[in-house]
Design a protein around this ligand. Structure first.
Ligand code: ZN
Ligand code: ZN
Length: 632
């Protein structure tokens, strides 16, 4: 904070925390040695998360005041905001309580109370919480060592926390407690259910208002609500949680997406393959999925004395296909693609519509290449991502390059320090060269290589992690894959894992929100609705339908005995891109009156002209500019 002040008072008013040698600290913590320093503000991810975590403390202070005897578990910052898990004993919290708590937090923030850090010996900390009768904090303490225990106090609230926090509560100027939920202690259904309060906070009122607007819009665009209204998918108790059933309309979208992927991959030199949904335990031991990822796989089934697992990843199967025939450098790069079905065990509490499921269809592919080919292959993959983003009108995206942590080599990361540095450098160079916006995060790489998560924003500014792109220098060796190089020696290929369209589940969930259900014509389950003004014109309506069907356009007739106004309204609600109104004049002249969803009358056209125009739009996969709402 002193350094910030020495630069300018204006800057000091904005500084929330500081990254000292890459570690986030309180801005008030003394720096005793030379260090690299970055002052963090609201514009930094770490600044925001410090702000939100500090808001969780402020909320806990308000809860402690309103619910004496409340016990606190953990209160982390999340993607957007924060929560705190609280044991309220027998008390049930209501929505009205949230409003009271918000008000109280507002009062407390105005006191500008400092977040005061205090180191404490373990014995003293244990005594403090034993006297308080707080089994939760005692549980947290049991995993901490003497010398790493810190307490933070702001106003009347003291918490066991390693920090960091913002300088004082006065920074938190706008608060919204968004919801209450039940959460099992430590996420285990056998444990007691705690009350989780979610909230979000901002340094000014304007950002809060924008956020609330976005939330309202997101509610209207909720993929579960739209998915039901538009007949995209359904869930059935007998099928099981997290196992969506794709309805006919959803399946049309799936098939259009696959068509796009197949065309794109074919042009980029990929070969398609098909692999079984299960495999023997031994293969997953080779790949390293077992035992490390056993928790996220379905339990094995036993057959003929051998354990089989449902596949959680397509990679091992593809490696076996690479290995099926001897390869030389002339066969590389070797690119295998499959819309692969995978099964993952997600905890029931984590399941969420199409976003978190147990059965997923992945736009998967693996590229086997030499070190020399890596940069151009990786670049081509990035270009494919960008091509897709353009088609879907995704104009805000960022790639998150997750790197290894040298201290965890041999545990969390395969012990190949030089290969890590080398491949990370290759990836970084491509990202810089192709001018893709990206950020680097240390310690989040996959265990076999650096990982690139692709974050995208929907039209209403909500963030989604869409797809992952991974570099892998370990599985080639685990699977003993090799090709004969130019010197006639065996060499292990590098592997790129990529899935630009992610999974059908998450991508269609995203698209529902992004388009608010108004799919561009090429993706729309129903593209044209023919609306005869009365029965008199049903023959002509049928002629039109036949013409459209022949041209492979998805069309239907609304032959209900309803007024034309009602037919138009219903078709609007069903979000069908085109309506063709036909009556006396249209029939006599062999024309159609065109209406565009959301836009109204688009004039009269000859039937052939309409067919040509719509086919052009479909074939180009053209999209109207995605409706923009105020972006947050
Ligand atoms: Zn804290
Ligand atoms: Zn893979």
């Amino acid at each position: 904070m002193d350094i910030a002040k020495s630069i300018s008072e204006g800057l000091a008013r904005k500084v929330l925390a500081a990254a000292v040698n890459g570690e986030v600290w309180d801005a008030s913590r003394p720096i005793n040695d030379d260090a690299s320093l970055k002052l963090l503000t609201w514009d930094d991810t770490d600044g925001k998360s410090t702000f939100w975590h500090s808001s969780a403390h402020l909320m806990a202070e308000a809860v402690q005041d309103a619910f004496p005897g409340a016990k606190f578990w953990v209160g982390p910052a999340i993607d957007k905001g924060f929560y705190y898990d609280i044991d309220l004993g027998d008390t049930k919290m209501t929505e009205e309580d949230l409003i009271k708590l918000e008000k109280k937090m507002g009062e407390l923030s105005k006191k500008n109370n400092l977040y005061v850090r205090k180191e404490m010996p373990k014995a003293e900390a244990v005594r403090y919480f034993t006297e308080k009768g707080d089994e939760y904090k005692l549980d947290l303490l049991s995993n901490l060592k003497d010398g790493e225990i810190t307490f933070y106090t702001q106003g009347d609230f003291t918490d066991l926390c390693r920090g960091p926090h913002i300088p004082n509560t006065g920074f938190i100027k706008a608060i919204k407690l968004t919801s209450i939920a039940g959460a099992y202690w430590k996420g285990d259904e056998k444990n007691k259910q705690l009350t989780r309060i979610y909230g979000v906070s901002f340094p000014n009122q304007k950002e809060l208002e924008e956020y609330v607007l976005m939330l309202e819009e997101a509610k209207k665009r909720d993929h579960r609500k739209l998915g039901k209204e538009l007949g995209i998918f359904t869930m059935d108790d007998d099928v099981g949680p997290g196992l969506p059933l794709w309805l006919p309309n959803g399946t049309i979208i799936i098939e259009e997406l696959e068509k796009l992927a197949k065309e794109t991959e074919k042009a980029a030199g990929y070969k398609r393959v098909v692999t079984p949904h299960i495999a023997k335990e031994s293969m997953y031991l080779t790949s390293g999925h077992l035992p490390y990822y056993a928790d996220s796989m379905f339990p094995p089934m036993e057959m003929d004395g051998t354990k089989y697992y449902m596949k959680a990843m397509n990679c091992p199967h593809h490696h076996k296909i690479f290995d099926a025939e001897q390869k030389s450098y002339k066969d590389l790069p070797f690119r295998l693609a499959e819309y692969g079905t995978c099964y993952r065990y997600e905890q029931s509490g984590e399941l969420f519509g199409l976003m978190r499921v147990r059965c997923l269809h992945m736009n998967d592919a693996h590229i086997y290449c030499t070190k020399e080919q890596f940069a151009s292959e990786f670049k081509a993959v990035n270009e494919m991502y960008r091509k897709y983003f353009k088609i879907f009108g995704i104009d805000k995206y960022v790639m998150r390059l997750s790197l290894h942590d040298p201290e965890k080599l041999g545990q969390k990361y395969i012990n190949e320090p030089e290969l890590w540095i080398e491949t990370e450098e290759l990836v970084r160079n491509v990202l810089i060269e192709t001018k893709v916006p990206f950020v680097e995060v240390k310690g989040e790489g996959a265990f076999y290589g650096p990982k690139i998560d692709v974050q995208i924003w929907s039209a209403i500014g909500r963030e989604f992690t869409l797809a992952t792109n991974q570099v892998d220098f370990a599985q080639g060796r685990s699977f003993k894959l090799s090709f004969t190089n130019q010197h006639n020696e065996p060499e292990v290929p590098l592997i790129i894992h990529r899935a630009p369209l992610g999974t059908h589940e998450r991508f269609i969930g995203f698209l529902l929100e992004h388009y608010a259900g108004k799919f561009p014509t090429w993706l729309a389950p129903l593209q044209v609705k023919i609306l005869p003004i009365s029965d008199k014109f049903s023959d002509y309506a049928n002629t039109i339908l036949e013409t459209l069907k022949k041209a492979d356009i998805r069309a239907e007739i609304d032959d209900r005995h309803e007024k034309i106004g009602k037919k138009i309204r219903d078709t609007e609600i069903a979000k069908v891109p085109y309506m063709l109104v036909v009556g006396e004049k249209e029939m006599n002249e062999g024309r159609v009156s065109v209406r565009r969803q959301g836009k109204g009358d688009a004039g009269s056209k000859g039937l052939d002209e309409f067919v040509n125009d719509i086919l052009e739009e479909i074939n180009e996969r053209r999209a109207e500019k995605v409706e923009e709402v105020e972006k947050v």
